[in-house]
Design a protein around this ligand. Structure first.
Ligand SMILES: *[C@@H]1O[C@H](CO)[C@@H](O)[C@H](O)[C@H]1NC(C)=O
Ligand SMILES: *[C@@H]1O[C@H](CO)[C@@H](O)[C@H](O)[C@H]1NC(C)=O
Ligand SMILES: *[C@@H]1O[C@H](CO)[C@@H](O)[C@H](O)[C@H]1NC(C)=O
Ligand SMILES: *[C@@H]1O[C@H](CO)[C@@H](O)[C@H](O)[C@H]1NC(C)=O
Ligand SMILES: *[C@@H]1O[C@H](CO)[C@@H](O)[C@H](O)[C@H]1NC(C)=O
Ligand SMILES: *[C@@H]1O[C@H](CO)[C@@H](O)[C@H](O)[C@H]1NC(C)=O
Length: 418
């Protein structure tokens, strides 16, 4: 194996060895209840991620979604909430800019004590009007190692018509918004279960089994004898946007291995880096995408292995001609140099996707609506798989860590301790 990556692997192993295996105990702090764990499944057809919330009910994870919605049973009881009720106000705090449905009067039919919300499908961009209803989600508490005991989590969800499920995975019955808003799933689990206002997300790679999400945050153990991986998290501030409860961080530069990508002045300043579980591959704004692909190709310097590109990608190689390492194909590492001084580093495993015909392609596409207000970088599911991410709305920061090659997000032990 070429030396650069050998060192990286060694460094990752050392980091894990040095990390303390014991979480520090803050005896004086008020005791929080045990966090809530759910398995995360990647759907092969749509590349979306789902979680089970009740028997036979699966919701699509949407990091940018402000609500939880599902196709409620025909006989569901709408929550009796006036349109001035704080819950109804929260349900209508954010509305997708493309959502132009009318009806319900934006906040509810005030004469009937019914609260209307506007559930949104992040894949099709469609929305609909639907009543808020009380519901319960069934999950397990966890100590970070195994499930402990079953809990029924009280929540409020918007009811949507079946047609809003278009292009979601087969068997999905709605969307679990994970954004930093009052009626998204993390805030609802925090208030009904008494856990911290943060959650861990560890997305699985297709074909390796289930990943894991823990509402309330770490610790998290991903294999016998391995330490709590939240001790390896690095942090960067989350940037709040006025009209958008999704998650954004600031990048000061992008580096390929050690060379900073030459970008137009201010290209990264405006809208930063967004994280989306509903786009399968990363997207770069036009002014960032072009230099990025050009410099990546130059940095890899393997024109001998280059092959015709496969849409939607622009740069593809003959997979059998690239070096394969334990951290993916041997290609330049891409580092988002984030506010706070830490790098979100992606190696071959989060950069190169295998496509049919024995090709491996750079897993980024050019953003469609690339105006100056768009984020410069959107990290998609592929860029977050086998990364440990902790979204902390209380401390307003994102924790992130690349899992070492010898474990993965699919190594959480979902067997209950007897
Ligand atoms: C809502 O937007 C869609 C396309 O985004 C458009 O076709 C439709 O006419 C709009 N409806 C209203 C009521 O404005
Ligand atoms: C809770 O954990 C047990 C043991 O792994 C499992 O059988 C059960 O399905 C889990 N419950 C839910 C709702 O995930
Ligand atoms: C981040 O990446 C840049 C470019 O490779 C490097 O110079 C810098 O030392 C890295 N920072 C950290 C904290 O690793
Ligand atoms: C690119 O590869 C060629 C052939 O292997 C080599 O001669 C050249 O020095 C390389 N260029 C750079 C910039 O590494
Ligand atoms: C890749 O290279 C191998 C060996 O050189 C060759 O047999 C194969 O046809 C190439 N595949 C593509 C997609 O170019
Ligand atoms: C998972 O946890 C159970 C209960 O603690 C234990 O018996 C089992 O050996 C664990 N499985 C693995 C693969 O570590």
């Amino acid at each position: 194996m070429p030396p650069r990556h050998g060192n990286l692997v060694l460094a990752a192993a050392l980091l894990v060895l040095l990390a303390s295996p014991r979480p520090s105990c803050a005896a004086a702090a008020p005791r929080r209840r045990d966090p809530v764990v759910v398995p995360v499944t990647r759907d092969p057809a749509t590349s979306l991620y789902t979680i089970p919330v009740r028997y036979y009910d699966n919701l699509v994870l949407d990091l940018a979604g402000p609500l939880v919605w599902s196709t409620c049973a025909a006989d569901h009881l709408p929550a009796s909430l006036s349109c001035q009720d704080p819950t109804c106000v929260l349900a209508n705090a954010y509305r997708a800019p493309t959502c132009n449905v009318t009806g319900g009067g934006g906040g509810g039919d005030c004469s009937k004590n019914v609260c209307t919300a506007y559930p949104y499908n992040p894949v099709t961009g469609q929305c609909a009007a639907g009543n808020l209803a009380h519901t319960r989600f069934i999950a397990n508490t966890t100590d970070g190692k195994n499930p402990l005991s079953q809990v029924s989590v009280k929540a409020v969800a918007a009811c949507a018509p079946r047609k809003l499920l278009a292009r979601l995975p087969r068997g999905a019955t709605g969307v679990a918004g994970l954004a930093a808003s009052g009626l998204a799933l993390p805030a609802q689990v925090a208030s009904s279960q008494g856990v911290a206002g943060k959650f861990l997300l560890c997305l699985p790679r297709l074909g390796y089994g289930q990943g894991v999400a823990i509402f309330g945050g770490g610790p998290i153990y991903l294999g016998e004898g391995l330490p709590d991986f939240t001790t390896t998290l690095e942090y960067t501030p989350l940037v709040a946007k006025r009209d958008n409860p999704g998650y954004y961080v600031t990048a000061n530069a992008i580096a390929l291995d050690d060379a900073r990508l030459p970008l137009p002045r201010g290209a990264l300043a405006a809208a930063g880096v967004a994280l989306h579980t509903t786009v399968p591959f990363g997207q770069l704004r036009q002014d960032v995408f072009r230099p990025f692909v050009r410099e990546f190709e130059k940095g890899l310097n393997r024109s001998d292995a280059k092959v015709a590109a496969v849409a939607p990608f622009l740069l593809c190689y003959n997979a059998s001609m690239l070096w394969n390492t334990r951290i993916g194909y041997f290609v330049p590492a891409v580092r988002l140099m984030l506010a706070g001084g830490k790098n979100y580093t992606m190696t071959g495993t989060n950069l190169m996707v295998d496509v049919k015909g024995g090709k491996a392609c750079l897993a980024f596409v050019e953003m469609k609506s690339g105006d100056a207000g768009s984020p410069a970088v959107i990290l998609g599911g592929f860029q977050m798989e086998n990364m440990l991410l902790q979204f902390d709305s209380e401390k307003k920061r994102l924790g992130f860590a690349r899992l070492p090659f010898y474990t993965s997000c699919s190594n959480f032990n979902f067997t209950r301790t007897q």
